[in-house]
Structures are given as structure tokens and as C-alpha cells.
Design a protein around this ligand. Structure first.
Ligand code: SF4
Ligand code: SF4
Length: 416
């Protein structure tokens, strides 16, 4: 087979570096993958979009650098021994997708897919992931969640909330809670708000409780395909067997896995229920007049686009329209938004393995948010909230951090 012969199309989770050979060789070294898209740039300060290159300042950390490493490995021009730092080059990528978004506009190459395929190769070859990720993988295998938590604790957040048990009775809509928000009690406000909002709109809501299992997103992003495929296979069977028509989740990692990644697993059945992120679902409920918001507040906020919700899944407008629909809330935008948004810094396993870098990236986002004059940063991702929230707690800044549901619940449950 020559370099330029058309390859048979494969699903993402079976692709190897060889399948990207044309793309890898086609990288024009133009560097668009690390810059904020030209005509959107308003200031030099916010002209970059790749957190890894912004921090480390040498090309192996950029999307372009990953293409070059892939090319050298593919052609046998270097090996892991020649570049022991390679694992760090790859795992300081937050998988934010800015490089892929910008490259696809101009050059139509896939630097992030190549990076994830490189990670999968390194895991298969026994040189990846980072040592800090190994406990996470072990936990997913032993406990069905990445946080070493017993399964019996998964539904503790719901003790006083009347969500039906989808294991025992038929429901229309399944709330897929996700591991981080189920086990971390600092995230329970989002889980509880979400359930209360959906129940307020009289959604026939159920959950799997203790029998829910990890969607697989954390292991997919760090390159452990074997564990991801096993979780995807189990989840598809589990979720199809509930007979629900739709699934709602507020974790963008779960959303991406259920809605898009499972379709990219070879040899598994289709996931039958339709999958929604809470921003999409609540947007629909508001449009249908099922959520009336009598409460009025006076608050100026800015929206932080989670990478896995925005660039990865294309949801930019719904959360903004929800914010604008809340009486008394004004939305002001940061310089880098939507597909040119700056990552929170925590994704792709970076918060687990490189916490200082993750926090520096979040600090930059907070500074950018402050410049809008907003009183609060609003988002809809447990990882963004954790990473930005932690950075914020160490800064002396007069700005709050909210999940989208915090604003909604206040507007729904406060008297006018
Ligand atoms: S990955 Fe794409 S945007 Fe980046 S240098 Fe290569 S061709 Fe240019
Ligand atoms: S996904 Fe984001 S952090 Fe990773 S190389 Fe691309 S732009 Fe940089």
C-alpha cells in the first residue's frame, strides 16, 4: 500500500497511526493549531488556544508537535528510548480539541485524533499512561468508577430526592449521573439541582443508582482502549435493557461517550435511547414552557464553554440562551469563546497527572473572566467547576463560580 492509497474507513477506537499516515504527512507545519483563530483575536494576551504550548513553549507540546512525533514513530525514525520525555509531551495535552478545530478549518488534518491514537499506542506498548493514571484505571476496573469509591455510595446524593429506580420500574427518561458528581459531595449541588429541575418539569425520571457504571471517558482519553471498549459494551447493554427513550447527563465527558464515542467502537450494538446534555434538555423544556422562572436576581455572569461540550459536541448556544432566559441575569462574554474558548486546564488526565499546570491554566481563565466585569463564571462540567473552582479558592478575586443549574434552581424556586 502506498502512502496515498485510500484506506478503508474504520471506527476511531480501532484506528492505528497507520490509518492517519496521509494526515500526518500532510501536516503543513503552519502552527494554526496553537493560535486563536486570526479574525477573532482582540488582544495579544488572548491570542493563543493551546494550553500545553502556552505553558511549555516548545513545539512537541503543540498539536503540530504530536503530528511530527507520530511521523517519526510511524517511519521508525525514532523510538521511545530516543525521547523518554515523549510521555510527558503527550499527556500534558488537555484534549481540549482547539488544535483539531483550527486545523480542520484550514488544513483538514486531525492533530487531536493523532494524539489520542499515539496515547493508545503508548498504552499498548507499555510506556503510557503517566504513573498517576494507573490508579485511575485500576479503580475503574475494580470499582466501575475512577475514584476508588464503593458502588454502594453511588446514590447517596439522592437520599431525599424522589427519582425512580430504573432497575425496578419503567421510566421514560434516565438520569445518567456520572462518577464524579455521584461520589464527590462538593458536586452534589449539581446532581441534586438537575434532578429537581427535571422533576419540576414533571419529567418521568429514573436512575440506575448503585448499578450505574463509569461511561469510560477518563480511560478513553488517556488511551486505555481495552478498558473503554469493555465499559462501552457493558453500558450499551445495561442502558438498552432499561427500555428508556432518552438519557440526560450533565457531565460533558459522559455525554460525549454515550452520544458519540460508543458509535466509534467496533462490533457493539447501537445505543438505543436518545442522549441529551442537560443544557440541551433544559433548553427544550424552557422552549416548551415547562419551566417557568418566577425568581428574579441581579447578576452579571460569563459563560465558560467546557471543551467536551463545546468543541467536542457542538453545544455552544443552548447554555447561553438558558442564561439569557433567566430573569435578571446578564451574560457578558470573554474574549475566547465557543470554538476558540480557552480550556479550564483539567481535561485529558492533566488534572490527575499535572495539577500545577492544570491550575495555572484555570488561573488564566479566571483572569480572562474577571476582565468582563462578571460577578460569576458559569459552566456545566464537573471537571471545569472543580479545576476553576480550586484555582479560584487560592486567588483573592471577587468572582464566584456556578454551575448552570445553580442559577436555574434559584430562578425556579425563589418567589417573584
Ligand atoms: S496540525 Fe494542522 S494546523 Fe497544526 S501545523 Fe499541522 S497542518 Fe497546521
Ligand atoms: S488538544 Fe488542546 S492542549 Fe492538546 S495539543 Fe490540541 S490545543 Fe493543545
Amino acid at each position: 500500500m502506498t502512502y496515498y492509497e485510500k484506506k478503508p474507513e474504520k471506527k476511531f477506537f480501532e484506528k492505528e497511526l497507520e490509518d492517519y499516515r496521509d494526515s500526518i504527512w500532510g501536516c503543513a507545519r503552519c502552527n494554526w493549531c496553537q493560535n486563536h483563530w486570526g479574525w477573532n483575536v482582540k488582544s495579544a494576551e488572548y491570542s493563543e488556544v493551546c494550553p500545553a504550548f502556552h505553558e511549555y513553549r516548545i513545539f512537541p507540546y503543540s498539536g503540530m508537535g504530536k503530528m511530527h512525533m507520530a511521523r517519526a514513530l510511524l517511519e521508525g525514525d525514532f523510538d521511545y528510548e530516543d525521547a523518554p520525555e515523549m510521555v510527558k509531551f503527550l499527556y500534558t495535552c488537555t484534549t481540549c480539541g482547539a488544535c483539531e478545530m483550527n486545523c480542520q478549518r484550514l488544513q483538514d488534518k486531525e492533530p487531536l485524533q493523532v494524539n489520542e491514537t499515539l496515547r493508545a499506542k503508548m498504552v499498548a506498548d507499555g510506556v503510557g499512561p503517566m504513573p498517576e493514571h494507573k490508579g485511575l484505571i485500576k479503580s475503574v476496573k475494580n470499582y466501575d468508577n475512577p475514584w476508588m469509591q464503593p458502588r454502594t455510595q453511588r446514590d447517596r446524593w439522592a437520599r431525599k430526592i424522589p427519582v425512580k429506580d430504573a432497575n425496578r420500574e419503567k421510566v421514560e427518561t434516565l438520569f445518567f449521573v456520572g462518577c464524579t458528581s455521584a461520589f464527590d459531595n462538593t458536586q452534589w449541588h449539581v446532581t441534586q439541582n438537575t434532578a429537581r429541575i427535571l422533576l419540576h418539569a414533571e419529567v418521568d425520571l429514573g436512575m440506575l443508582g448503585k448499578s450505574e457504571i463509569c461511561c469510560g471517558s477518563p480511560v478513553a482519553r488517556i488511551g486505555d482502549r481495552e478498558t473503554f471498549i469493555s465499559l462501552a459494551t457493558r453500558n450499551i447493554e445495561l442502558l438498552n435493557n432499561t427500555g428508556v427513550k432518552e438519557i440526560v447527563t450533565f457531565c460533558p465527558g459522559c455525554y460525549r461517550s454515550l452520544k458519540f464515542d460508543y458509535r466509534e467502537v467496533p462490533g457493539v450494538p447501537e445505543l438505543k435511547p436518545r442522549v441529551y446534555h442537560t443544557a440541551e434538555y433544559i433548553h427544550r423544556l424552557i422552549s416548551e414552557g415547562k419551566l417557568k422562572m418566577p425568581g428574579k436576581m441581579k447578576l452579571k455572569v460569563t459563560w465558560h464553554d467546557p471543551c467536551h461540550l463545546g468543541r467536542h459536541c457542538g453545544i455552544y448556544e443552548e447554555p447561553r440562551e438558558i442564561i439569557r432566559a433567566i430573569p435578571g441575569v446578564e451574560l457578558v462574554e470573554m474574549e475566547r469563546i465557543k470554538d476558540q474558548s480557552w480550556c479550564c486546564g483539567g481535561g485529558g488526565g492533566v488534572r490527575t497527572a499535572f495539577i500545577d499546570f492544570a491550575q495555572k491554566t484555570a488561573t488564566k481563565r479566571i483572569e480572562e473572566a474577571k476582565k468582563t466585569g462578571a460577578q460569576a463564571i458559569v459552566t456545566a462540567c464537573p471537571f471545569c467547576e472543580q479545576n476553576i473552582g480550586d484555582a479560584l479558592s487560592k486567588m483573592d478575586e471577587d468572582i464566584d463560580m456556578y454551575d448552570l443549574t445553580d442559577l436555574l434552581i434559584k430562578a425556579l424556586e425563589t418567589e417573584a
